[in-house]
Design a protein around this ligand. Structure first.
Ligand code: GLU
Length: 521
């Protein structure tokens, strides 16, 4: 059987971290086996629909590097059947949705006649029946069961209605649902993560398969669609595990048991206290990670390791490596812990691997949003800061910062002095001299530094050269030299090394900053 997995979100809001994990695992299972990753929209609960959420979820997946092979996709080419629809305020650009594939439609609300056919079949075969009970009656039954310490369950009040009674009720306009008649016995199946599962059917309720609005319920639609779309693995969160026996019974009722997909229920994502992660706990929507400046490959790597690991020492993976190595049998039953420090660490490892060009292309958008950078651009325009090339300048800043970045939004933030003018640096003269040195001594030191730096030709203004010259000058008095130098270049006590800073600032600006300090003494 060809490996075909599906991510089946309900379009009720943003793509959350749990959804991304499901989609990622679907994607990895499919790609690992050379199969297809399908996106199906499960919109049978019409009351909960949020306009534009499919588009935004697809965009979030695209950002994460998860490409949909089949099903609902963002329309890119004219080949797709395009349905244009404006997305809401989250995005200015109108996004169009399209569908590709031979098993469509891939949106459940467009498949109502298909579900109807299968529901009718179950009714005719007496495997399902209409139920006319009012919600008041159902509440009463439930209350009585509770009082008798029984598990709440439909009491099959409508199971034995005659065809005439049913007909009469329907004709008189009574509202009804269709319930599945749970057979006797046991339901057994295997889950790839949780192992063998067996439930006594007695403990299952005659669940609803068609609602009074004529829409199928999730249970019916998911089984019909997974079967008709030839899904090989049903991958989803462990919160769906209690529903799986119902689905198995539906597969059996339709005579599809031998073609039933493999179940892969993934453990929940846990917070640091070992509890299921709730939406309230910080930012769990994927787009928030993007806005916070995390690189997609870091987020994907982090998510992949929640509940899975290759059982080797490797911790940093590209998507290609994950595709190659992903193996369901190495998924854990215990949930992975959502630890932002770990995300930062993983993300930092990916930053270290980026080329400066890539880092620049992706980072500049974030830098441009910073006020300090906009101020820098104004200084350049006014002629108050001179640099040889803006792009090269920013790239040099990135060379210096790369090792420490975890997010694109961090670029420049700790080192704003790169983007300021000499006059904006604030420091007190008394702070800048090393240990017991007097101000006069500090001034003398800076004069010597200035002289030496002036001798370095512009075209040899590279880190190694600068370092060599200054270390030779300082001899065994590095603190005496480098401490005040750092202060006057940056206006801060902590920063990257003065050699790196001098290199980035370029010769003119570096000398200007040193001269300004000398004048201040
Ligand atoms: N539509 C369901 C959800 O939103 C999907 C469950 C499943 O994958 O079977 O979670």
């Amino acid at each position: 059987m060809k490996t075909r997995t599906r991510f089946a979100p309900s379009p009720t809001g943003e793509l959350h971290i749990g959804g991304l994990k499901t989609a990622l695992n679907d994607y990895l299972i499919a790609k690992n086996a050379g199969g297809n990753f399908i996106l199906r929209v499960e919109d049978t609960d019409q009351k909960r629909l949020v306009e534009g959420s499919v588009e935004r979820m697809l965009k979030a997946l695209q950002w994460a590097g998860i490409e949909v092979d089949e099903g609902v996709r963002l329309a890119k080419s004219k080949k797709l059947k395009v349905k244009s629809r404006d997305s809401n305020s989250h995005n200015d650009r109108a996004l169009a949705l399209g569908e590709v594939g031979d098993y469509g439609p891939y949106t459940q609300s467009k498949r109502l006649d298909i579900y109807k056919k299968y529901i009718d079949k179950l009714v005719v075969e007496k495997k399902a029946y209409p139920c006319f009970c009012s919600s008041e009656r159902l509440d009463k039954v439930r209350q009585e069961q509770q009082n008798n310490k029984q598990a709440p369950k439909y009491d099959r009040h409508c199971l034995n209605l005659s065809n005439e009674e049913i007909q009469k009720k329907i004709e008189s306009g009574e509202k009804y649902v269709i319930r599945f008649k749970i057979p006797e016995g046991y339901t057994n199946f295997k889950d790839d993560v949780f192992g063998k599962i067996s439930v006594k059917n007695e403990n299952l309720d005659d669940f609803i398969i068609m609602k009074s609005d004529g829409f199928p319920t999730y249970h019916l639609a998911v089984v019909v669609d997974d079967y008709l779309m030839k899904i090989s693995h049903t991958v989803r969160g462990a919160e769906w595990l209690p529903s799986a026996p119902k689905h198995v019974l539906l597969y059996e009722a339709f005579g599809w048991r031998k073609d039933m997909p493999q179940f892969v229920h993934m453990p929940n994502i846990l917070n640091k206290n070992g509890k299921k992660l709730s939406k309230r706990e910080g930012s769990v929507s994927v787009v928030d990670f993007k806005r916070q400046g995390y690189p997609a490959e870091g987020v994907i790597n982090f998510i992949a390791l929640l509940g899975w690991n290759p059982k080797t020492q490797q911790e940093i993976f590209t998507m290609e490596e994950l595709v190659k190595q992903f193996d369901i049998s190495k998924m854990n039953k215990a949930g992975g812990v959502f630890d932002m420090d770990r995300l930062d660490w993983i993300s930092n490892q990916h930053f270290k691997k980026m080329s400066i060009d890539d880092l620049y292309q992706r980072g500049i958008k974030f830098l441009e949003k910073q006020d300090f950078y906009q101020e820098f651009l104004r200084l350049i325009k006014k002629g108050a800061r001179e640099i040889s090339s803006l792009e090269d300048y920013v790239k040099n800043v990135l060379v210096v910062e790369q090792e420490r970045l975890s997010k694109f939004t961090e670029i420049g933030v700790e080192n704003k002095f790169f983007f300021q003018g000499a006059d904006n640096l604030k420091y007190a003269l008394n702070d800048i001299s090393w240990k017991n040195n007097t101000n006069a001594e500090a001034k003398q030191i800076l004069e010597k530094v200035k002289e030496k730096l002036e001798d370095i030709p512009e075209d040899n203004w590279i880190q190694n050269k600068i370092q060599e010259v200054l270390l030779e000058l300082a001899g065994d008095k590095r603190g005496d030299y480098l401490f005040p130098l750092r202060w006057v270049l940056t206006g801060q006590q902590k920063s990257p090394s003065p050699f790196e800073i001098l290199w980035v600032l370029e010769k003119d600006e570096s000398l200007k900053r040193i001269e300004r300090a000398i004048e201040m003494f």
